[in-house]
Design a protein around this ligand. Structure first.
Ligand SMILES: Nc1ncnc2c1ncn2[C@@H]1O[C@H](COP(=O)(O)OP(=O)(O)OP(=O)(O)O)[C@@H](O)[C@H]1O
Ligand SMILES: [Mg+2]
Length: 244
């Protein structure tokens, strides 16, 4: 089933072209990686998908509905969830309160499926090994721990489509594996993930497909292995190694 369909999407900001004629179809259950140089428009593309920016031109369809003019909160209610590149957690609340807020926002029928909410909060924190810190304020966590809390909270929020902007930035290798496992678990539940990452092995491990953005345009698209060995990727993403 086609979940997300982006056609001819163009965005200019302050007279500058940021995204140009982007076409993208994402099937339900796919994990699609989005890579590209700094400033190539990846986060901006997520801003358009989640409704924080309106495109200058083009259309975004989600589950068969044209959502191009829908607000960000409405898109979230329809099932689009997002982990931000910069932290989006409530720093003055404890870890368990942070998770509880997310679970309490679930539609009633999904919330009932969870059974005991306290237990669900515990399980969510446990999925990123933060359960022993449940009573601490989020502001007291380290940078990487905050990131993990935000990921766990978003992933528990019962959305259909997850937009994850560099979820493993600042996360240690072992926990990165754990995040990969959380994302793959979502896929097994039939959820769909769009993932921005600079960590190519991570992308390769979990993505079905990779899109490469370059100055706001799709420069390459294909299976992770195909894209990784493409000469064009080396040119525009990796650059020349001065030590070679
Ligand atoms: N509000 C804005 N007004 C003007 N230009 C903007 C605005 N937001 C982003 N840009 C520009 O759009 C371009 C794309 O930025 P974006 O944050 O989407 O890049 P990115 O691919 O996510 O990069 P990174 O890998 O560094 O996170 C950049 O040149 C940036 O300066
Ligand atoms: Mg970015």
């Amino acid at each position: 089933m086609l979940l997300l369909s982006v056609s001819d999407l163009t965005l200019s900001l302050a007279g500058q072209r940021i995204l140009h004629k982007i076409h993208l179809h994402v099937e339900a259950g796919e994990i699609v990686g989005l890579i590209g140089p700094n400033g190539s428009g990846k986060t901006t593309f997520f801003n358009v998908l989640s409704g924080f920016l309106k495109p200058t031109h083009g259309k975004v369809m989600f589950r068969g509905t044209d959502i191009t003019s829908f607000s960000a909160p409405l898109r979230a209610r329809l099932g689009i969830g997002r982990v931000f590149q910069n932290f989006g957690i409530f720093r003055d609340m404890t870890l368990e309160e942070n998770v509880l807020v997310a679970l309490e926002c679930l539609p009633r029928e999904q919330r009932l499926l969870l059974g005991n909410l306290r237990h669900a909060v515990h399980e969510t924190l446990k999925s990123v090994q933060l359960e022993t810190h449940a009573k601490r304020k989020a502001s007291s966590l380290s940078g990487g721990q905050m990131r993990l809390l935000e990921i766990a909270r978003t992933l528990a929020s019962g959305k259909e489509l997850f937009l994850l902007d560099e979820p493993t930035a600042g996360v240690s290798p072992k926990m990165t594996l754990q995040v990969a496992e959380l994302i793959l678990r979502l896929k097994r539940e039939g959820k769909t993930v769009l993932l921005i990452e600079h960590d190519l092995p991570f992308i390769q491990k979990i993505c079905d497909r990779v899109i490469v953005l370059d100055v706001g345009e799709i420069a390459l698209e294909g299976k992770p292995d195909e894209v990784r060995h493409n000469k064009k990727l080396k040119e525009l993403y990796f650059g020349a190694d001065p030590t070679e």
